[in-house]
Design a protein around this ligand. Structure first.
Ligand code: NAD
Length: 443
């Protein structure tokens, strides 16, 4: 099938590459000329496991191409996905300017029937606004062409995006138009082979499903982070509690990890947008307001522990930081807790040496030329001469370090772990002072 995708970001690129891999002819359109030029030259601008290979193979097979030419891109696809960004506005609502600009572009260029599919995360009612924007552009051209608008929210996880897209838990299709439903079913048939994953529903329910999913996951994290605060005070271990509750199938084991707060491009903005949608309808989503407030507090928990241990003035202190990305296997630092932690520590006079396996280029872009912040090529090198180590991302390569280095490379064997990577009893035995989240230090 011929597919066009607006937006060559995390979602657009993964969707485009995976659909091309199933034999579709895919054109990705982006307004960022630099990004498109890099992609055309075979350079993939984001880190996502398996994505480089998939893009290169499908581009070489001429099933996947990248363009800034909107007229050609719109002419190409029978199915046109909108996968552009929906960042938060000042008031927390989702900024739909890119989605509606894409819709207008489609209306300005289409010559025949199209199925337009919202893949971006958008508030309930956006499909109607997309429909209106396309119709308006068509009217301005004096045309009355037929088209359908559907919602197909994306549930991929950054860091495992290709695998998630290839083997989805569910494929939500919100559509009322029969042609849209049949075309989308056909498109997703290769991803839906062993058991039925397609969940067909009305457009509004599909739009809300995406927000409800992310809000539920964020709720679990903030809940566990609050339990962790209590666990520390009462001398309990949140890791024991996590296992204890996770074995109940009604609760389940996923997304129960206490840590330094959630980040990323989705949870923070989607929780905010949902709260805003609720307020517009006169529904106070108080649980989610608390989830958000708890997360903001949590991003500072590790800093508070450092200050409690080393004093409020960190002038002259040098700290090692392991992990900058908001989670492992990605270079994405949008809303990463590391942004808050690094800024706070620098503001209190500390100097920092950070290492992240893939996010250091992104960190240089995010932090710019910050006095006091340097980068190390390896986790071990970051430790040299530091007063303490802070761990902010649970990269697998941080999980089994040479613990002796904590004693020899650091000026004192002191570790603040925002991701609970190690067993406190082991570090205690090894003579390493270890501060984790929700885990009382052994007596
Ligand atoms: P992104 O910022 O990585 O990419 C968006 C791209 O859209 C950018 O390259 C931008 O230049 C391009 N763009 C903006 N306006 C355009 C236009 N008018 N025409 C063509 N291209 C345009 O964003 P992302 O992370 O891929 O997210 C996209 C959407 O998918 C968001 O709504 C997000 O909430 C949702 N989503 C993201 C994830 C994720 O893990 N990143 C997962 C599920 C859903």
């Amino acid at each position: 099938m011929r597919v066009t995708i607006f937006g060559a970001g995390y979602v657009g690129l993964v969707t485009g590459a995976c659909l091309a891999q199933m034999g579709n002819q895919v054109v990705c359109l982006d307004v960022d000329t630099g990004k498109v030029a890099r992609l055309q030259a075979g350079d993939v601008p984001i880190h996502e496991p398996g994505l480089d290979k998939l893009i290169r193979a499908n581009a070489a097979a001429k099933r996947l191409s990248f363009t800034t030419d909107a007229a050609a891109a719109v002419a190409h696809g029978k199915l046109i996905f909108i996968g552009v960004g929906t960042p938060p506005e000042e008031d927390g609502s989702a900024d739909l300017q890119h989605v509606l600009a894409a819709a207008r572009t489609i209306g300005q260029h289409m010559q025949d029937f199209k199925v337009v599919v919202d893949k971006s995360t958008v508030p309930v009612g956006t499909a109607d606004r997309v429909r209106d924007a396309i119709a308006q552009s068509l009217r301005e051209r004096g045309l009355a062409l037929e088209f359908a608008v559907a919602s197909n929210p994306e549930f991929l996880k950054e860091g495992a995006a290709v695998a998630d897209f290839m083997k989805p838990d569910r494929i939500v299709i919100g559509a009322e138009d029969e042609r849209a439903i049949l075309l989308l079913r056909n498109l997703y048939a290769p991803f839906n082979r062993n058991h039925e994953r397609v969940q067909l529903m009305d457009t509004r329910s599909a739009e809300l499903t995406k927000y409800a999913a992310n809000a539920m996951l964020a709720t679990r994290i903030s809940f566990m982070n609050e339990m962790a605060l209590l666990a520390e005070r009462v001398g309990a271990d949140i890791e024991m509690v996590r296992r204890g509750i996770g074995s109940d199938p009604r609760i389940g084991t996923h997304f129960l990890y206490a840590g330094a707060g959630y980040g990323g491009s989705c949870f923070p903005k989607d929780v905010k947008a949902l709260i805003h949608s609720g307020a517009l309808q006169g529904v106070d989503l108080g649980v989610l307001r608390a989830v958000e407030a708890a997360n903001e507090r949590q991003k500072l928990v590790l800093v508070d522990k450092v200050l409690a241990r080393l004093g409020a003035d960190l002038t002259g202190r040098h700290l090692a930081v392991w992990g900058l990305a908001f989670k492992p296997n990605t270079d994405d630092m949008r809303e990463a807790p590391a942004r808050v932690v690094v800024r706070e520590l620098l503001a209190r006079g500390a100097t920092l040496c950070a290492h992240d396996p893939v996010a250091m280029d992104e960190a240089r872009r995010v932090f710019g030329a910050q006095a006091g912040l340097s980068y190390a090529a390896s986790p071990e090198a970051a430790l040299e001469g530091a007063d303490a180590l802070l761990i902010l991302t649970e990269w697998a390569t941080f999980r089994s370090p040479d613990f002796d280095l904590f004693k020899t490379a650091l000026r004192q064997a002191l570790v603040f772990d925002g991701r609970n990577l190690f067993d406190p009893r082991l570090l205690h035995l090894l003579g390493i002072e270890y501060h984790a989240i929700g885990r009382a230090a052994p007596a």
